[in-house]
Write a protein that binds this ligand. Structure first.
Ligand code: SF4
Ligand code: SF4
Length: 180
């Protein structure tokens, strides 16, 4: 996964999947995809777009409308969204932009197209209950600072709670990611 979603590359007819927009529209959060009229408010208010040359939520929405399934799902740029929901709050058409991006990420995850950093983070949550493995050095430093030990994670409870979360389910079903 090294591609970026710039939307600037020429579109080939063979890339277009006309059913893609309807597929997204049937999913929770993607229902209003077709209402986007490309005003650009989401991009202009997006805190990530402000610091990225390639990340543009408006472009992602347009590419989804056009049916550029592979181009979006294979793009690393899709994973830059910080899920702050500013775009969703500001969209004059009530498009749930952040939710559409979540839907697209789930579709990408179903194909195993998840950047390694997120796979590692998800595996860490499933295995330890923590998003990151806390380095031994930091644990020792807490002791020297008189801080109490970190509570044990509850991966069992987390697995139970997240059983129906598609991303985790996909990750577990694929099996290959965790512990490798
Ligand atoms: S703010 Fe809404 S209508 Fe405007 S480009 Fe973004 S998604 Fe489309
Ligand atoms: S939810 Fe994602 S796309 Fe929307 S404003 Fe926040 S970072 Fe940008």
């Amino acid at each position: 996964m090294t591609e970026t979603t710039t939307g600037r590359e020429p579109i080939r007819a063979s890339e277009i999947d006309p059913k893609f927009k309807y597929e997204i529209s049937r999913m929770h959060g993607g229902e209003k995809l077709l209402k986007c009229f490309q005003c650009g408010t989401c991009t202009s208010d997006c805190p990530v777009a402000r610091f990225s040359d390639t990340y543009r939520p408006r472009t992602i929405i347009r590419m989804a409308q056009l049916g550029l399934r592979d181009r979006i799902l294979k793009s690393d740029t899709l994973w830059l969204c910080a899920a702050c929901y500013t775009c969703t709050d500001r969209c004059p058409q009530d498009v749930e932009v952040a939710s559409v991006i979540r839907v697209l990420r789930n579709l990408a995850a179903e194909r195993g197209l998840v950047p390694q950093v997120f796979k590692d983070q998800a595996c860490s949550i499933l295995e330890s209950g923590y998003a990151y493995k806390i380095p031994e050095l930091r644990i020792k430093k807490r002791e020297t600072q008189g801080l109490p030990p970190l509570p044990n994670g509850s991966p069992g409870k987390i697995r139970k709670a997240l059983r129906e979360v598609k991303f985790f389910k996909t990750l577990e079903n694929k099996g290959a990611q965790c512990g490798q």
